[in-house]
Design a protein around this ligand. Sequence first.
Ligand code: SAM
Length: 242
Amino acid sequence: MSTAEEWSKHSAIEYYSKHRHEVSDLYPSEKVFLPRVLFPGIKVLDVGCASGGFFNIMRSYEPSIDYTGVDLSKVAVKMARERYPEARFIVTEGFGLPFEDNSFDFVHCTSVFNNEPNYQAMMREMYRVSDRFVLVDIRLLKGIGKQQNSIYNIQFEGNGVEATVPYVVNDADEVADFILQLEPKPKALRGTGYFHPLAEQAELAGSEACMTMLLVEKGDTEGGATVIDLGDLPIEFSLSGS
Ligand SMILES: C[S@@+](CC[C@H](N)C(=O)[O-])C[C@H]1O[C@@H](n2cnc3c(N)ncnc32)[C@H](O)[C@@H]1O
């Protein structure tokens, strides 16, 4: 079954229609950067928007946002349009965003990279269409060298397996190095997060990973280096360029 079909299953749609649409539904790490980047009139792209809950969350912080949500699930987008007719929702893949370069002030993508082995291709595409901020979450571990990838049998609220998707933990240094070599060179890379147990149904070697929010800022470095502010993360980074 395709990723779109898995995320279109009734229980997934049902879950995201009931959760993840209020500020109180956010994880602590998600409350750090989001309110800081929003400003009146901001053009937002939300990749993997499901039934649109982050439109409601973002406008709770900043009522005047120009929001576009995209998702590969037609069922999720249909529900998003019904719930929030004042926003714009499009069915599309995060790997090929149908937007010009620098179209949005802010590109947001949460709870997607933990189930997406090719985060690099999506990150490149989101950075391309952003004019300023890209905010993503990703699970990181130090020193694993290459990505750990397993199967995740999701139980949303029922008893049995309700959807099956990949479950991915990435190497911390690989991810930071990848972001730092994006073109044009990022103006800043900031992070926050904490260690937390992995989902029980995901069969991975480790028992926990650093639940990490990364805020990438695109803009003029004035010929200088990228500002790196990862000190809030409980991981010592060894970056190849530094
Ligand atoms: C776990 S839900 C997260 C929903 C919301 N972003 C949140 O944080 O609550 C993941 C959503 O991302 C969508 N998705 C996964 N991979 C995608 C891709 N490559 N392009 C677009 N949407 C994707 C799925 O269809 C699903 O609706």
